[in-house]
Design a protein around this ligand. Structure first.
Ligand SMILES: Cc1cc2nc3c(=O)[nH]c(=O)nc-3n(C[C@H](O)[C@H](O)[C@H](O)COP(=O)(O)O)c2cc1C
Length: 340
């Protein structure tokens, strides 16, 4: 999809529209607008607590024909490396019970090409953007953050995906090591924006990793990335994914996300949390907020229905009305007040 053939605008009544100029007559559609439900993650204010999850909403404006992207809290874009990256061999996704396994391998065009080719169409929709970066070395993170400094002001924060293999340390992912987490976060200061550390549930005890991320300059943490998984075809005796293993996401990991958000909020109530994992509707979104998240992200649900994030963002407003919630502060972390 190109920004030059697809246009987005808001009319005098505040309704959002898209028009696709290829073909006759041009395709035209109205995007249902999302009511506001303000929240704050660290120093950044959002009009709605529902964001997209990195890697599940494309690099740019791919979801614009389906959702009022400007009405979402933010679009979190797919993680980009400092350089172009080819990703993993196919097959890259496999349906699992109550979720999906993926081993996309962070394919992307590199930060500079992303800024030039993908971001402008997304900005044109009026969306608030959180850009995601990744690396395989500490220097990769530094270079990606430096390149991201050229992003326009609509990129309000940078999410640093630390669930990546650390090629300088055979111990595994950055997010599995407190030292590597601090080192990678510290060099991303160069992006000149608030930074969120996206952490892995595979780390076990997340609290020392959260502390390490904060030490490296993280203003908030995003919990959680996918859970390590694998699928094998017993007939052919081969892996179902081209990479062998992959990451499990979707409803299967929702209780893991709730637990991670809950336990970090209990141990570090001063650290803002963005919750992600298996959100499929307003109630599962509200559950992560009550566990302690200030905002939530919708990932795998968007593959089943690209309108999911918009439906959940609007649905959460109705859910709050139906449950007597006047302000999100009544919800965020509320379960912790109930513990004796
Ligand atoms: C196909 C796919 C690609 C993903 N790519 C990224 C990525 O580029 N960066 C990242 O931080 N997380 C990535 N994730 C993880 C999601 O952002 C999210 O943390 C995870 O899927 C859990 O949320 P969900 O259950 O709502 O999908 C990806 C997930 C999927 C399913």
């Amino acid at each position: 999809m190109s920004g030059s053939t697809r246009r987005y605008w808001t009319d005098v009544r505040g309704e959002s529209w898209w028009r696709y100029r290829v073909g006759r007559p041009p395709l035209l559609g109205r995007i249902t607008s999302i009511p506001s439900l303000p929240t704050q993650v660290g120093s950044v204010e959002f009009s709605n607590p529902v964001l997209t999850a990195s890697g599940t909403a494309g690099h740019g404006a791919e979801l614009a024909p389906y959702i009022d992207l400007a009405g979402l809290g933010a679009v979190v874009t797919k993680s980009v490396h400092a350089d172009p990256w080819p990703g993993n061999p196919a097959p890259r996704v496999h349906q699992a019970t109550a979720g999906m396994l993926n081993a996309v391998g962070l394919q992307g065009p590199g930060v500079e090409a992303w800024l030039a080719d993908d971001l402008p169409a997304l900005i044109e929709t009026g969306a608030t953007v959180v850009a995601s970066i990744w690396g395989r070395t500490v220097d990769d993170y530094r270079r990606a953050a430096e390149a991201m400094a050229a992003a326009p002001s609509q990129v309000v924060a940078v999410e640093v995906n630390l669930s990546c293999p650390n090629v300088e340390d055979r111990a595994g992912m950055f997010a599995h090591s407190a030292e590597a987490t601090t080192a990678a976060m510290a060099v991303t200061e160069a992006c000149g924006r608030p930074r969120w550390a996206k952490l892995s549930p595979n780390a076990g005890d997340l609290v020392p990793i959260v502390d390490a991320a904060v030490e490296g300059g993280a203003e908030a943490v995003t919990l959680v990335n996918t859970v390590m998984g694998m699928a094998i075809d017993p007939v052919s005796r081969t892996y179902r994914l081209g990479n062998g293993g992959g990451g499990l996401s979707g409803p299967a990991i929702h209780p893991i996300a709730v637990r991670a958000v809950h336990d970090v909020a209990a141990a570090r109530p001063e650290v803002p949390i963005v919750g992600v994992g298996g959100v499929t509707d307003a109630e599962t979104a509200a559950e992560l907020l009550v566990a302690g998240a200030s905002a939530i992200q919708v990932g795998t649900a968007s593959f089943g229905d690209p309108r999911s994030a918009g439906r959940i963002a609007s649905g959460l407003v109705d859910w709050c009305l139906n449950n007597g919630v006047g302000d999100l502060s009544e919800l965020i972390g509320a379960v912790h007040d109930r513990r004796s």
